[in-house]
Design a protein around this ligand. Structure first.
Ligand code: SF4
Length: 124
């Protein structure tokens, strides 16, 4: 959001399955108004969607050991949305040696964001 510009956006809150329809409006990024949510988490989510949108990323590290397996992974916290393509490119280039245990960090502190990519399944 650029300083001095006003915003009036609709978003579906993805924090829980209720999927509330949020309307985010205002001209000051520090004082946005969020309506339509059933709880405060929607306010936090709506504001972050305008000021610093982030996503938890899930993917699969492609084959290891002659394509005998692939390793499902996810970020351990939400990543700035602008970095998702770079992260996916890095994940697809990652080489994994077995065994891999659920929770193992395969990419650490991606782009200095403190976001790690961790395995979500143990593969021996
Ligand atoms: S606003 Fe609250 S209740 Fe609605 S989807 Fe978001 S987290 Fe769930």
């Amino acid at each position: 959001m650029k300083a001095g510009s006003s915003v009036n956006k609709q978003r579906i809150c993805i924090v829980c399955p209720a999927g509330c329809r949020l309307t985010i409006s205002g001209s000051n990024p520090d004082k946005l108004t969020v309506t339509g949510g059933k709880c405060k988490r929607g306010v936090t989510y709506g504001c972050s969607e305008i000021t610093d949108p982030r996503r938890t990323v899930t993917a699969v590290v492609p084959g290891c050991e002659l394509n005998a397996c692939s390793v499902p992974v996810k970020t351990d916290r939400p990543l700035p949305r602008a970095l998702i393509d770079k992260l996916l490119a890095a994940i697809y280039l990652t080489q994994v040696e077995l065994p891999v245990y659920s929770g193992d960090i395969l990419l650490e502190n991606f782009y200095g964001t403190q976001v790690n990519v961790v395995a979500t399944r143990t593969i021996k």
